[in-house]
Design a protein around this ligand. Structure first.
Ligand SMILES: [Zn+2]
Length: 139
């Protein structure tokens, strides 16, 4: 049964207690009165439940809505599966990087060969041009 709470209720510090809601796995959505300074590292440990304990059926519904209905073992297994998947992806990406590096080296080699051919063609054209100019001067 829901308990009425006194709005004038004070904690052990002598200040008005505040209404809070628990979201722990054990007490999801369960209201309580607490010390307003508790989270700041000070305050007192005043604590009083307002709502009655939550029946297990409602508790699992709350946890399900919060996405926390998995047991820690199931969660751990799911995370391990994700980790294996990520490791597999990383291995495939490393293989891609290695393959692309080989391809890059091959393309660089082709570029060097083409540059040498281009320089040779330019050299031949210059020689032919000089020869033609020389012949026309002599004639
Ligand atoms: Zn207090």
């Amino acid at each position: 049964m829901e308990k009425e709470f006194d709005e004038d209720c004070r904690c052990y510090c002598g200040v008005h207690s505040v209404l809070k809601t628990s979201w722990t796995d054990e007490n999801p959505s369960r209201r309580f009165l607490g010390c307003p300074n508790y989270r700041d590292g000070g305050g007192c440990n005043y604590f009083d439940w307002i709502d009655p304990p939550i029946p297990n059926r409602k508790k699992s519904t709350f946890l399900s809505l919060l996405g926390r209905n998995e047991s820690s073992e199931v969660r751990l297994h799911r995370i391990e599966n994700k980790w294996e998947f990520v490791e597999g992806e990383m291995q495939m990406l490393r293989a891609d990087v290695d393959r692309l590096e080989v391809e890059r080296q091959s393309l660089e080699e082709n570029l060097r060969t083409l540059e040498q051919k281009y320089k040779f063609v330019v050299y031949v054209l210059i020689v032919v041009a000089c020869y033609s100019v020389g012949r026309s001067i002599v004639c």
